[in-house]
Design a protein around this ligand. Structure first.
Ligand code: 4AD
Ligand code: MG
Length: 484
């Protein structure tokens, strides 16, 4: 007999089930397999809540104690894996169409009382210590199904909009963000490193014949794709050896990076906004049960906040205007821990003030000071004016700032002028020998283009209402933690 997934089963009435071609001959007998969430009993009848991971919902198994041997009944414990055959009937209980009247129960896997997930209401911290088992909890099941759905939304969005999925390398010799936060990749014997007369490690005999690292971003190679295929996106793991122990940073995270030829700043912001809204709408349309669960158990304002985001226009705010608003707030008595002068990188308290207090909606901040952004961003023609004074050069960078998350997207129009880009590379001291292949995009048929990077886990944080990025990826990598 064929097993039916619990999500499929619960979508049907008992009559609809009996009419399915593959199950018609069994006259309503169903076979389900899954893990026991709970078992209770009264007056010689037992009730098992069985879950197979296909949905947040459990199927209820009902049986008479005297039809089963005592040993089987004893082994039906929380976490045990069962195969259950029985008759599918309309359920008298509220909240479910159907339940199964058990005829045969096989114990596929016992689960004794050392099972770490026996108690309900364990803390997030505790669950991280058992990350190998936490996908079996209701909350992590919901998060991981939503995570899958967001990946499907992303591929569907780009495919439908004519973007090609472009695979950029994970091992690279260039530092895209120029922040020097890369994990080295080497096969060298670390106990016996050869150095030249200046004390530098010799890499010519290393695996790749030069120093290599795990990528921090696929953007530079993505630009090669965009200037050939027109519009591409990447979706893969990226690695940052930044020592940031925050609820928003991982050392290994997934990034989505579209890159588009002939796209200008306005079109870039339109793409950023449309794309995020599409993903959020997908979650509301396809992950209803899981969102309702999270809305009840984790974050009471979740669904309302998601609906809010798809219904309102994002604010588009030049950095200089943002600084003006912040300085006015300070004059009016608002206290911040960090200063915010024109030229400073905004601290997260400043971003939160703008997004959560001042505008109360997502903000796309643009035209940042050149010196706080990466070398590849297109330099603005005009310098901004603040309080009657002309400020320094700005670039066409965009950060999308979200309530409770902060920066969810970083992107920009790219500098397409060979000479201007060379000027930045030289003045920032970026080693040129590693960049010739990138400069060829500007040397041969250069074109205006733009793109962005969305942190996948930051999107999942927003969509699930979870607070810590360690809890939206199955196996988080953070400073001093690489378990499992
Ligand atoms: O702003 P970032 O550093 O931009 C880039 O890497 C560009 N090359 C992207 C591009 O234009 N193609 O990173 C992009 C996004 C951030 O906005 C954030 O959402 C996420 O990646 N991110 C992280 N997510 C989790 N952990 C970290 N340590 C992250 N660092 C960045
Ligand atoms: Mg950024």
């Amino acid at each position: 007999m064929k097993r039916i997934r619990i999500s499929d089963l619960l979508a049907l009435t008992a009559e609809e089930y009996r009419a399915l071609p593959e199950y018609r001959d069994m006259e309503g007998t169903a076979l389900v397999k899954g893990w026991v969430r709970s078992k209770r009993g009264s007056k010689g009848i037992f009730f098992i809540a069985l879950n197979d991971g296909s949905t947040i919902k459990n199927v209820q198994i009902v049986g008479d104690d005297d039809k089963f041997d005592a040993d089987t009944l004893r082994r039906i414990t929380t976490g045990a894996c069962l195969s259950v055959t029985g008759k599918l009937v309309e359920s008298p209980a509220a909240g479910q169409n159907v339940e199964i009247q058990a005829q045969d129960i096989q114990i596929l896997g016992d689960c004794d009382n050392t099972y770490p997930l026996q108690k309900k209401g364990a803390s997030w911290e505790y669950l991280r210590t058992v990350a190998h088992l936490r996908p079996r909890t209701n909350t992590f099941g919901a998060i991981l199904r939503i995570r899958h759905n967001m990946a499907m939304a992303i591929h569907t969005y780009f495919h439908q909009h004519g973007y090609f999925y472009f695979h950029t390398p994970l091992i690279t010799a260039s530092d895209c963000e120029g922040a020097g936060q890369m994990f080295q990749v080497t096969t060298k014997n670390l106990y016996d490193l050869r150095k030249d007369e200046n004390g530098n490690i010799i890499y010519t005999d290393d695996f790749f014949g030069k120093q290599t690292s795990l990528t921090v971003s696929g953007q530079l190679e993505g630009e090669l794709g965009a200037t050939a295929l027109g519009a591409i996106y990447t979706f893969g793991p990226t690695f940052r050896a930044e020592n940031s122990n925050t609820p928003r940073h991982l050392a290994e995270f997934w990034m989505i990076e579209p890159e588009v030829a002939f796209m200008d700043l306005e079109e870039l912001m339109d793409l950023e906004e449309d794309f995020i809204k599409y993903c959020v709408r997908w979650a509301l349309d396809n992950c209803r049960d899981d969102l309702e669960f999270l809305n009840k158990m984790v974050d009471k304002g979740l669904i309302e906040r998601l609906q809010g985001v798809i219904n309102e226009d994002f604010v588009r705010l030049p950095y200089t205007e943002g600084i003006r608003i912040l300085q006015e707030a300070i004059k009016a008595g608002r206290k911040f821990e960090f200063p915010c002068q024109w030229g400073d990188d905004l601290a997260s308290e400043h971003e939160r003030y703008l997004v959560e207090e001042y505008f109360r909606k997502p903000v796309i901040m643009t035209h940042y000071p050149k010196k706080i952004k990466a070398f590849y961003m297109k330099i603005d023609d005009e310098k901004p004016v603040l309080d009657g004074k002309q400020m320094e050069q700005t670039v066409q960078g965009t950060d999308v700032l979200f309530p409770s998350i902060g920066e969810i997207i970083g992107g920009s129009v790219r500098e397409e002028s060979y000479d201007k880009l060379m000027g930045e590379i030289e003045s920032r001291g970026i080693p040129m020998k590693d960049m010739t292949w990138y400069l060829d995009t500007r040397k041969y048929g250069s074109c205006p283009h733009a793109g962005f990077g969305l942190g996948f886990e930051r999107l999942i944080l927003f969509v699930t209402g979870m607070q810590n990025i360690r809890d939206v990826i199955p196996f988080p990598r953070t400073p001093r933690n690489a378990e499992f």
